[in-house]
Design a binder for this molecule. Structure first.
Ligand code: SAM
Length: 295
């Protein structure tokens, strides 16, 4: 049986009537500032048309589309992230598939990718390792922009890898994926760039997380078991072992409360130079990039 949405229904089938209705339907699930952008996104996805096209063609929403929007609005009010409901997310101009089991890529991670693209030459043809690839967002967008680079991506989670592999196939981007627990295994090669957005949230921060993060996103992608810096320590150590070449770039995304500690950790290891802290679009310390001067 087809799952039908619940009323109340919009006053008409025009763009404005449907959008206002949808915004009122998601009031209990979204902050005010989120409602209009989410409504625009949902209307675009369910109609598979842009807003401009709908308006200029006097598009009228059919009942089947209103049913689908009503179901989406109900799920949003239950707290499910809209990216999981729609099954996709825009990242660095790419449409990536996402579902429960993989972290939803965040806008600040686009900034990390852009910082790396700006650090590397557009003709860069070295080896890049993405640790904890999740949806594959970092590796895929680097490959899209640095076509000659050789991309390797690892994750401990099989479900995440399966989604990343599907995304790479859909986008026709060549990435070598493998399953690896970075806390116990060693990457098999030596790289020119190591990038990671690892888990960094302490379990005692659980209650301060938004419900949609806490209840829906994979705990393996969010939480550390011991110390918030455990992944940063381990990755920095293995980079200085044999994983990152001399002159190679290490790039991290960090918890806003620990980015300064990550910078100090890297600087104090005495194996790196040009250790740079990057502030994100929200004005918080978010990324650290450094160059390996050892090996
Ligand atoms: C914060 S998410 C980042 C996902 C993606 N790179 C992004 O930026 O959206 C951390 C990722 O690390 C993976 N992970 C957790 N523990 C790991 C481990 N011990 N070894 C390798 N990957 C791990 C998780 O499965 C998750 O995909």
């Amino acid at each position: 049986m087809i799952n039908r949405g619940k009323g109340p229904w919009p006053s008409g089938n025009s763009e404005i009537a449907v959008k206002n209705w949808f915004i009122s339907r998601v009031e209990d699930g979204l902050e005010e500032s989120e409602r209009e952008p989410v409504a625009n996104l949902c209307l675009d996805v369910v109609t598979q048309m842009s807003k401009g096209f709908r308006i200029t063609s006097d598009y009228l929403f059919p009942e089947s589309v209103l049913d689908r929007l009503a179901i989406i609005a109900d799920e949003i009010c239950e707290g499910r992230p809209v990216q999981y409901i729609l099954g996709s997310v825009h990242f660095m101009g790419l449409d990536l598939d996402v579902k429960e089991g993989v972290l939803i890529p965040r806008p600040e991670t686009e900034q990390l990718v852009n910082a790396l693209i700006n650090t590397l030459d557009s003709e860069f043809d070295g080896q890049i390792l993405d640790i904890g690839t999740g949806s594959g967002c970092i590796a895929l967008s680097l490959k899209k922009n640095l076509r000659r680079a050789k991309l390797n991506a690892i994750d401990v989670c099989g479900d995440a890898l399966a989604i990343a592999i599907d995304n790479a196939q859909k986008l026709n981007l060549d990435i070598a994926f493998s399953k690896c627990d970075i806390l116990s295994d060693l990457p098999i090669s030596t790289y020119d760039v190591v990038v990671s957005n690892p888990p960094y949230i302490s379990p005692n921060e659980l209650s301060s997380l938004e419900k949609r993060v806490r209840d829906f996103e994979p705990s393996k992608a969010l939480f550390v078991e011991k110390h918030p810096l455990e992944f940063y320590k381990r990755i920095t150590e293995i980079c200085l072992g044999n994983t990152l070449k001399t002159g190679g770039v290490l790039a991290f995304e960090c918890h806003k409360g620990y980015a300064l500690d990550v910078k100090e950790l890297i600087a104090n290891s005495e194996g790196f130079e040009k250790v740079e802290l990057i502030v994100d679009l929200q004005g918080v310390n978010r990324h650290v990039i450094a160059i390996n001067k050892l090996n």
